[in-house]
Design a protein around this ligand. Sequence first.
Ligand code: ATP
Ligand code: MG
Length: 423
Amino acid sequence: MAAFAAPRGTRDLLSPGIARWQEMESAARRVFGAACFQEIRTPVFESTELFERGVGDATDIVGKEMYTFESRSGKRLTLRPENTAGVARAFLEHGMRGRLPMPHKLWYAGPMFRYERPQKGRQRQFHQLGVEILDTASPMADAEAVLVACEFLREVGLSDLVVEVNSLGDGEDRVRYREALVEFLRSVADRLDEDSVGRIETNPLRVLDSKNRETRKALEGAPSILDFLGEDSAEHFAAVKEQLDALGIAYRVVPTLVRGLDYYSRTTFEIQAEGLGAQSTVCGGGRYDGLVEALGGPPVSAVGWALGLERLAMVLDAAKGEPSPEGPTAFLVAIGDEARSDTHLLARDLRRKGVRAEVSFSGAGIGRQMKAADRRGSRFVVLIGGEEATRHAVAVKELETGEQREVPLSELADSLGPEGGGQ
Ligand code: ATP
Ligand code: MG
């Protein structure tokens, strides 16, 4: 029995599955790079107050999901449950608005921590990829946020996406809507789950987000936020939808799509993918014009989203199959002990040219080395120190076909490379 196990709700990412993560990360780098987003890496822990103010006391995240601890000097710190607050903190701390051309577009990826009940697509340490577009109120920025999410998902190979959008209006719209909603919720309170009843007064919008079946049914007659939008918000929402149309992004307007966070305003959106069961939301985001101010800064309009990489990995594994282990392209076998150090040297040269090359460390006989090459799933075996050596050549054997040929050393890398079929 192993002495230790990874903590509940956490996972080791191992080969071959890790290839999917590398694929998602490199796609992110390509897509966001091309769209002129800068990467940002903020600390994994921040002061607890940042999340209390930046995410909101009335949210599940702050209310019951944070990993909070006291440092040795008595400071309250929290493992980040999300990264928008950290990015907004960095935006202020580094005076980005004064130093850099605005709007400023950022992307990030990294682990987040929430104390939740672990289940499929729900962990305690999970990973988010996200973007933030800071200091712009333009509806085109909302569309840009949705666009890069779709482009990223397309780049990793997903096209069956459902984009849902909504508008939460401005502060004033929301106050009026909240009143109507609370009144409605009180009238159906006996049909709501216990958590939702508790939220009627504290965070009524969040009730719309309930996953409870009975509650969802009871909500069918709820007032729609879209009937409460003021002129500016309605215009903004219309412009966002127009821009999505212009970009050819299909979407569905879902008036119950809310974010339980106070600093969200106007646009909200989610992207759903097939095959995730109850946890079907891969990506969620929206406009958060009130956040930077809530953190003590000036008013800074912004829009962003976060995407769950575990959930995306699950969707991709289901769609494309799980990654298979990647063996060496060439396993270098020494014929006789004198050739052992040559295998290492030649491996170094091949590696410098981008060929995946492996050697045996053991000094075993040819048979054992061949077996090792096979076990590792190497495509080719390169035999070094045979009679070919006198002609500055090696024997190359393709393991699947058993075909063997002599290759001059000077041509080895190329013969194993893309043209030789080895890469
Ligand atoms: P949910 O309603 O599923 O709890 P959320 O509203 O809490 O999601 P956000 O805070 O918007 O989620 O985070 C954005 C994305 O991060 C989610 O859509 C999801 O893909 C992912 N995510 C959130 N919490 C977890 C978790 N505990 N484990 C894995 N992924 C998560
Ligand atoms: Mg959640």
